[in-house]
Design a protein around this ligand. Structure first.
Ligand code: HEC
Ligand code: HEC
Length: 309
């Protein structure tokens, strides 16, 4: 054995040790609790279990099980992957234990049920099922069950979408278009229209009349960048660079989509009152003011029509 190996080993030990110390400090600073939701095969075989299963079905196939309340081509699971179970994909188990909460969007404290209503109004471009309806009860029950054993009011590791630091260069439409064509168009279509299979979407639309509306959380560029970085391309989360994730988020969210349901008189007034955030609503992109050609919110889309038949 030569002596020259020892310095390398020492260096390695040093690196490992500082890594360990850094971890200890990180853990001290932000003690995020680890959590694993229960296994689906453990849903009880009784009336309570039936309600959990209905909630799961509404979540994964919203059109089939709550079609009257949807107004686009999306299902809840499209943005909350693996039936609302996947960490870093805004899982339902972390959501459930985070409410009631004050929300800037509504300026008031929302219960979990009220938070779910917002998803129907905005992300699903539909109309909210009433409080106490079977649909909301089922979604609450499914979320409650997924959160079995989780403490309330504590941050769980993997909750929400992981915030993404600002990129070195300001997000750019043209660069985003290139990222999109190379990494996303194969599934989501050259024009963000999604890929249909019969009257359903195999791959959901990212913009246009059948996607989330201008009031949805995903229309914010920072939120979309976080989701995309962690979860897209499907099955290859965290492979895009931060810059590419921001650029493609800016590109996706600089296309027309259904109107903001809270629309006030004009695009300019709506932008001023409601869109002081990281978004393209009301901005002039390639000669068109976004929001000015939006179809009304609430949806009269092909998927919606097909569902109602
Ligand atoms: C287009 C993507 C999209 C769809 C479709 C969608 N959501 Fe969401 N959801 C989001 C985003 C983005 C957020 C975070 C919003 C924010 O930061 O304001 C969110 C937040 C939530 C939250 C709160 C999470 C938390 O931790 O506070 C719940 C609960 C939720 N969604 C449930 C649903 C349900 C139920 C449906 C179907 C009826 C649905 N979502 C459909 C994108 C989506
Ligand atoms: C291999 C196919 C595939 C590729 C490639 C892909 N996606 Fe997706 N994407 C999906 C599927 C499927 C979903 C819905 C996930 C689910 O329901 O489990 C989705 C969901 C989404 C959503 C939320 C739902 C919606 O319609 O708004 C966004 C935003 C998104 N993808 C953006 C992107 C971007 C940006 C890229 C490229 C960087 C990309 N995706 C690449 C398949 C893909």
């Amino acid at each position: 054995m030569t002596k020259t190996r020892f310095p390398a080993l020492r260096a390695l030990a040093f690196i490992l040790l500082t890594g360990l110390i850094a971890n200890v400090y990180a853990a001290d600073a932000a003690p995020a609790l680890q959590f694993t939701p229960p296994d689906e095969k453990d849903i009880p075989n009784d009336k309570f279990g039936d309600m959990i299963r209905l909630g799961r079905n509404i979540f994964t196939d919203t059109h089939q099980y709550a079609g009257a309340f949807t107004g686009n081509g999306l299902n809840c699971v499209n943005c909350h992957l693996d039936r609302g179970r996947l960490a870093h994909s805004s899982p339902l188990w972390s959501a459930y234990v985070s409410y009631p909460a004050f929300r800037k969007k509504t300026g008031s404290v929302s219960t979990y049920e009220e938070r779910l209503q917002g998803c129907f109004n905005y992300s699903m471009n539909g109309k909210a099922p009433p409080l106490g309806s079977k649909e909301l009860t089922a979604l609450v029950t499914y979320s409650y069950w997924l959160a079995t054993g989780a403490p309330t009011g504590k941050k769980l590791a993997g909750g929400g979408y992981p915030a993404l630091a600002k990129p070195p260069l300001a997000p750019d439409f043209e660069r985003g278009a290139k990222v999109y064509q190379a990494n996303c168009a194969i599934c989501h279509g050259a024009n963000g229209e999604g890929t249909r299979s019969g009257d359903r979407y195999a791959f959901p639309p990212l913009w246009g009349n059948d996607s989330y509306n201008w009031g949805a959380g995903m229309h914010r560029i920072n939120t979309a960048a976080s989701f995309i970085k962690a979860n897209m391309p499907l099955g290859q989360g965290n492979t895009l660079s931060d810059q590419n994730a921001w650029d493609v988020a800016a590109f996706v969210n600089s296309h027309e989509r259904p109107q903001d349901p809270r629309f006030i008189h004009t695009v300019a007034e709506t932008k001023k009152t409601l869109h002081d955030e990281d978004c393209s609503y009301g901005k002039d992109v390639n000669g068109q003011v976004l929001g000015s050609k939006s179809v009304p919110s609430g949806g009269t889309t092909r998927a919606h029509q097909a569902q109602k038949k």
